[in-house]
Design a protein around this ligand. Structure first.
Ligand SMILES: *Cc1c(COP(=O)(O)O)cnc(C)c1O
Length: 422
């Protein structure tokens, strides 16, 4: 299970976390704070090594990872099959640029095309880049295929959305911290209430080219829309010749117990946006997948990326796709998710106001009497469990799908004791 270099079981509570004692942690935190932009407020843990669901810090203490890089580490740290794919590719070729083709490129796009059921794939690097790619493609499709007058395309987005940090994307966020101070913003976006089909219907015009949504809002606090919502969105998009664009960057690739979160309603969007776990926790890999009538609108010179679809990214991405094709990780997410749901629902009324669970993914609203989400995450850290708060009072749990049942239960026990004020 663990790699605690102190030689003690990290699950025993006889090693209280004293912020002044761990010499290396202290030093490294100071260095990180003095010489880096303060665009994050990390927990004071400095990781030096990780394996599976466990991370070891610079002072040799082990922590259970219940965040998994916001789902970028669905397969855990250092999965042997992913490491092998990366190591093998490192010795062959790692970068060509798209000026030339390499031998992993066609195979990756074709295999990911099979997994998504789409004709074409366009690989990029970060999630935000893939979202930008989808926005560009949707607009071009709108002008060339739907016949929307030039430069008038509208894209409908959802309240509470999170799609990344570029200046276009934060322009249609309604999170003040993400947005304020970064304008002026790109026009062409209309926001409607997430989960409200009537609001969506009312927002569609002749110029609407796409509806962009997260099938579950991760950053929003693992917000699951009402049953039938995704099917309703699909119907509205079909009725008005509008592209349904699903940002599955955090929700997709096994996390919810299905390959895609849209699968829970048997809905197939026109465009999938993928990222995070697609890089296996090793390299940034994102992609847009869609049929030829959509992605086919891009011609040479109209979009690109120096690193997008590089050999290392494609080799790791191919292994991710082949691991997902077995269905094993999805099954694990479902089975462990049921166990997690059981445990978390028992906490309602005991320091927890509400929980939302889909697969191995949970949003937990903490009773303000217990403290803020940050307070709870700090208390969890003192017990060697790492999680992340969102929007002040919510905690998100997204353990690696490879976590053992025993470790998951132990982590949830720590949460139960923290919220109970133990
Ligand atoms: C993380 C995330 C993004 C942005 O991905 P980056 O790789 O950080 O740019 C976009 N959409 C969703 C739903 C995400 O969770």
């Amino acid at each position: 299970m663990t790699t605690d270099l102190t030689g003690k079981d990290p699950r025993s509570q006889d090693q209280p976390l004293d912020p002044t004692a761990p010499l290396h942690t202290h030093e490294q935190m100071e260095l990180a704070e003095s010489r880096t932009a303060h665009n994050y407020h990390p927990l004071p843990v400095v990781v030096a090594h990780a394996e599976g669901a466990w991370m070891t810090d610079v002072d040799g203490r082990a922590f259970l990872d219940m965040l998994a890089g916001y789902s970028a580490l669905n397969f855990g740290h250092g999965h042997p099959a992913l490491l092998q794919a990366a190591h093998e590719q490192l010795d062959k070729v790692t970068l060509t640029s798209r000026a030339f083709v390499h031998d992993q490129f066609g195979a990756f796009c074709s295999e990911l095309g099979d997994l998504t059921g789409k004709d074409m794939v366009l690989p990029m690097n970060s999630g935000a880049e893939a979202v930008e790619t989808a926005l560009k493609v949707a607009r071009k499709w709108g002008y060339e295929v739907k016949g929307v007058p030039d430069d008038t395309a509208e894209i409908v987005v959802m309240s509470g959305n999170f799609h990344g940090r570029t200046s276009t994307i934060v322009g249609f966020s309604d999170d003040a911290a993400a947005r304020n101070g970064f304008g002026p913003f790109a026009p062409g976006f209309v926001t409607v209430e997430y989960g409200d089909l009537d609001a969506l219907r009312a927002a569609i015009t002749d110029r609407t080219v796409a509806v962009l949504l997260e099938p579950i809002q991760g950053e929003g606090g693992v917000l699951i829309p009402p049953d039938g919502y995704l099917r309703g969105v699909r119907e509205i998009c079909d009725a008005h010749q509008v592209l349904m664009v699903a940002d599955e960057i955090q929700a997709g690739l096994g996390r919810t117990g299905r390959t895609f979160a849209c699968d829970h309603e048997d809905v197939v969007p026109d465009v999938y946006i993928l990222g995070k776990a697609l890089g296996g926790g090793i390299v940034p890999v994102s992609a847009v997948a869609a049929d030829k009538n959509v992605l086919g609108v891009l011609r040479p010179g109209q979009h690109g990326s120096t690193f997008g679809g590089n050999p290392l990214a494609c080799a790791v991405g191919r292994e991710v796709v082949s691991m997902l094709a077995t269905g094993d990780f999805q099954q694990r997410a479902t089975a462990l998710g049921e166990i997690m749901r059981d445990r978390l629902e028992k906490l309602i009324g005991n320091g927890v106001l509400a929980v939302r669970v889909r697969g191995l993914w949970a949003g937990i609203d903490i009773d303000p009497k217990v403290g803020s989400g940050r307070d709870v995450c700090e208390a969890l850290m003192a017990r060697r469990v790492l999680a992340k708060d969102t929007h002040g009072s919510t905690i998100r749990l997204a353990p690696p799908l490879v976590i053992s049942e025993e470790d998951l239960l132990w982590g949830l026990d720590q949460l139960a004791e923290v919220v109970a004020g133990a």
